[in-house]
Design a protein around this ligand. Sequence first.
Ligand SMILES: [Zn+2]
Ligand SMILES: [Zn+2]
Ligand SMILES: [Zn+2]
Length: 186
Amino acid sequence: MIPLTLLPGRTDATRLSRDRLDLLTALIDTPAFDPLYRDTLIRIPPQHPVYGWRCSIDGCGRSRQMGHVICESHHRLWTQAQASGMARADFLRTAKPLPAARGTDHGPCRICPERPATTAALRLCSQHHARWQHHARTVRAEAEEEALQQWLRTQVPLAGYGICQAVCPLLAASSLGLCRQHESRL
Ligand SMILES: [Zn+2]
Ligand SMILES: [Zn+2]
Ligand SMILES: [Zn+2]
């Protein structure tokens, strides 16, 4: 955590504003203050009980539609399913997950802590994703999960590219030194 400081160049950096800053810092440090909000950059977990933002369909990488617990695409599918008489519980259980929209941060590769993952479902960096896709061609679809677990044990982490150069907290995705989102903007 970066300690709170007063903005530079403010003419009202008086004793009063210093006292307020001390008070705020003390309040943030109390055990009753949720540690989630202590960091300078606040990351809300995808399925946070109050501020959860990811679609509730298992494995779906998309964000929730405002006021709903599922994404816009799943909501559309649900409206169709509901019209044909399907029960909501059955829909939620059987709906297929969708890939995240562009610009979503999936966190690090599950093998390389310094490289960003390309998809929410596999959580592999582009290099490991390509290697797995190549390997998966030799695997029967029903044995895929077990084969993935075995294959993961044979892989070693690759060196990362540091943090995105575009004054952004995400991991850089290539030797360009930019995260995937800034790379696509470039
Ligand atoms: Zn969804
Ligand atoms: Zn990787
Ligand atoms: Zn970036």
